[in-house]
Design a protein. Structure first.
Length: 484
């Protein structure tokens, strides 16, 4: 059996789109699942779409996500160069296009824009532009004369106009198209660069790629790629086209939704391991219903035969849940390292940040949530006396005023402001009063936090605030309740 070789072939056009990251991940997993090689190739032949810095983004993303390539521009495996513009400079594509011209499988075309514009036809209500093979009629001498005179040209694939072409995709099955639909697509553009359509076939062959993994937007062009393999007499690779990714409204995931790239997600506070895990499930599911997978586990479990062809919905809520699971499972030191900048942004007072970090660890789904969750430690927020009324706790403004007023001297007298000691004090008071815990805890927590939801109970909050600040807040509460 030949060793599996897959490739990730991004175009450096900007941020790493989630769809591209998934392609990279699946290509990586398909190779690694069977001990194969994962190759990185930079497809920069579309000069108009090239974005400065985008190549760095590609390297950085692969490194951060752990998708280590075995070969690439920075790791020669003997089939380089691994950058298409460098391959173009070596004349590789032109050489192979000329081979096809010799075989009658391609031809020079000198038609100008104006003529091409007249070739638009309406088929089934859709406007299409199919080349009419006009230049195929030119004799060898005519072609040579034009080339010698420097007339701009492209090289086109010479596709049959009759019969059908069938190819097999591992996910979508057998696909057959009428050859009449196959346009004579351009292989070499007038600027001398190959089109993606041509370069990908030549490179995949020369690089020994056995499994071509890519987005399903390339599915409709695959018959033409297949024809190219056949024209060269090359073995056709295994095709694995990944399903479309949509947003929750079932539109193609685009920049507009604000979380379409890996970088967007990182900026929104998602962990790389959670992103990778989430992206793995956009189009693939394991046989059991498990959802949490490390990259190593994915490598073992992933089987492209279980990929789905139905569009995968990018469920942001699920991603948040997943990120929360990773945060919960993370060891505390790493968590603290990641949480500290957010804690420091929200809190300038001298409080025990580690204690606060412990409180929020199990409660957040993304790190930026920390700020809003802890800001009450910095300053007591404005709040309404109505917050003291809680139906289930059976509290209202009157009962709360009574509880806080009775507790104030007790808490003033207390020296030990540790959580345990404070808790004992409050429970002793509850027992003496013969009420439920909540009847006391609710007003105390409201007074010291000014919030309905807090990451910890009353006494834990007081421990962090310290005696002076806790008492000051309880006094504010009493005044507020008196006015209510
Ligand atoms: N350069 C193409 C892109 O970025 C890659 C397509 C493929 O994987 O074949 O979309």
């Amino acid at each position: 059996m030949t060793k599996i070789r897959t490739r990730f072939a991004p175009s450096p056009t900007g941020r790493m789109h989630v769809g591209n990251l998934r392609t990279a991940l699946y290509a990586y997993l398909i190779a690694k699942h069977e001990g194969g090689d994962f190759i990185l190739r930079i497809e920069d032949t579309d000069q108009e779409r090239y974005v400065e810095g985008a190549v760095d983004i590609i390297y950085r993303t692969l490194e951060k996500t752990g998708l280590k390539h075995d070969e690439g521009p920075d790791k020669d495996g003997g089939v380089g160069p691994y950058v298409q513009s460098e391959r173009q400079a070596q004349g590789i594509y032109l050489e192979y296009a000329k081979q096809l011209v010799e075989k009658g499988e391609a031809y020079y075309c000198f038609c100008d824009k104006d003529r091409l514009a007249t070739l638009t036809r309406t088929v089934a209500g859709k406007e299409i532009n199919v080349y009419d093979k006009h230049c195929l009629q030119l004799s060898r001498e005519e072609v040579e004369a034009k080339l010698a005179a420097g007339v701009p040209y492209v090289i086109r694939q010479n596709n049959p106009t009759e019969g059908t072409t069938t190819f097999h995709d591992e996910i979508y099955g057998d696909i057959t198209v009428d050859n009449a639909e196959l346009d004579d697509m351009i292989l070499i553009k007038s600027d001398g660069y190959p089109t993606y359509n041509f370069a990908n076939v030549v490179d995949d062959h020369l690089m020994g790629i056995t499994h071509v993994v890519r987005g399903n937007e390339y599915l409709s062009s695959s018959p033409k790629y297949n024809r190219l393999y056949e024209a060269f007499g090359w073995e056709v690779p295994v095709y694995v086209h990944c399903p479309l990714i949509t947003d929750e409204e079932h539109h193609k995931l685009s920049k507009r939704c604000g979380h379409s790239s890996y970088e967007d997600l990182v900026e929104q506070g998602f962990l790389t391991e959670a992103i990778v895990n989430f992206v793995a499930l956009l189009g693939w599911s394991p046989e059991n219903n498990e959802e949490i997978f490390s990259l190593e586990e994915l490598t073992t479990e992933f089987d492209y035969r279980h990929m789905s062809k139905s569009p995968a919905v990018f469920d942001y809520t699920k991603l948040k849940w997943m990120n929360g699971e990773y945060i919960k499972a993370m060891d505390f030191d790493r968590f603290y390292g990641l949480a500290e900048p957010y804690l420091k942004k929200a809190l300038t007072r001298d409080v025990n940040l580690k204690k606060i970090a412990e409180m929020v660890k199990t409660r957040i789904e993304t790190f930026p949530e920390i700020e809003e969750m802890v800001d009450f430690f910095e300053t007591l927020p404005e709040y309404d006396a109505a917050m003291y009324t809680h139906k289930k706790m059976k509290t209202n403004t009157e009962s709360s005023l009574e509880v806080l007023t009775e507790l104030l001297p007790i808490l003033e007298a207390q020296e030990d402001y540790s959580n345990d000691a404070l808790y004992q004090t409050l429970v002793a008071y509850v027992e003496k009063k013969g009420c439920k815990n909540g009847y006391v805890m609710w007003p105390v927590r409201t007074a010291v936090s000014g919030k309905q939801m807090t990451p910890a109970g009353a006494t834990e909050i007081m421990e962090v605030l310290g005696k002076e600040e806790s008492l000051a807040r309880i006094r504010v509460g009493i005044e507020k309740l008196k006015d209510a």
